[in-house]
Design a protein around this ligand. Structure first.
Ligand SMILES: Nc1nc2c(ncn2[C@@H]2O[C@H](COP(=O)(O)OP(=O)(O)OP(=O)(O)O)[C@@H](O)[C@H]2O)c(=O)[nH]1
Ligand SMILES: [Mg+2]
Length: 241
């Protein structure tokens, strides 16, 4: 993932405070790199799914498991401030899921993911998905060692969000415009949201999806399967050179 220059100041007003978050992020990035190496060794594709609260992450994963659960061995780590509800929903959908309860922290950190991985049996796993805590701000700054960051942008959120929360869209490889079944009822322009997201990040991929109508699900599932395959073949190619 392309690194973004971080501000050295915590505030932009008249009082310039040193940004201690910088040091925290350095420690985070160190662990994230260790996760990346571990996942490369094990041939596991790691996806970090982010969005505002309630944009449809867990529902999407439930639907994804229904469609490709028999084609790829996948597991999920899911972060929330409180409750194990999302992990329980995923388990009911037949996914081996583990909840990370952050106890008030608004994002997952690489150290949390590393520790949770210790509890997961990763033998034979090909795809590990992290469902991050729902918000477009803090999770944007924390690299979790993922191969790809995928951000859901729900039609119910309003189409002005990419420009207001640019870092999340800048650091994502794919934007899923979710809840597309509601488009007929909402003042939301997919064209405008895609234009704004691409203004921030010209390379961002886009798929319009609905977990209710099924729109875009095949394209999303194929994207995932293709990335799993790419990860596995890149290892084989590296070994043969
Ligand atoms: N109309 C519509 N509703 C959806 C869709 N996907 C999810 N929902 C609904 O949106 C609400 C939130 O969905 P979740 O899957 O829990 O969202 P989430 O992003 O996991 O939420 P947090 O983990 O709390 O951030 C639920 O009531 C879902 O039924 C969709 O494609 N269309
Ligand atoms: Mg959820």
């Amino acid at each position: 993932m392309q690194k973004v220059a971080k501000s050295t100041k915590a505030a932009r007003g008249t009082v310039a405070c040193d940004n201690t978050t910088m040091h925290l992020l350095k420690a985070n990035d160190f662990v994230a790199e260790t996760i990346r190496k571990r996942m490369a060794k094990k041939d596991i594709l790691l996806i970090n799914i982010t969005s505002s609260a309630g944009s449809g992450k867990t529902t999407l994963l439930q639907e994804t498991a229904k469609r490709i659960g028999d084609k790829v061995k996948m597991k999920v780590l899911v972060g929330d401030l409180e409750t194990e509800r999302d992990a329980n929903r995923l388990k009911e959908a037949g996914i081996d899921a583990l909840q990370i309860v952050t106890g008030g922290i608004c994002h997952l950190e690489a150290q949390m993911v590393w520790q949770a991985m210790e509890e997961l049996d990763l033998e034979g796993v090909e795809l590990l998905i992290i469902e991050n805590v729902g918000n477009l701000v803090c999770p944007a700054s924390f690299d979790l060692g993922e191969d790809y960051r995928v951000t859901l942008m729900a039609t119910t959120e309003g189409d002005d969000k990419p420009k207001k929360y640019p870092r999340m869209f800048l650091t994502s490889e794919l934007m899923l415009v979710s809840k597309s079944d509601l488009l007929p009822y909402l003042p939301f322009s997919t064209e405008a949201v895609v234009a704004d997201a691409r203004d921030i990040n010209p390379d961002i991929g886009v798929i319009q999806i609905s977990s209710i109508s099924g729109e875009g699900m095949e394209e999303w599932c194929n994207w995932l399967l293709e990335k799993v395959k790419e990860k596995q073949t890149s290892k084989l190619q590296a070994a043969s050179t």
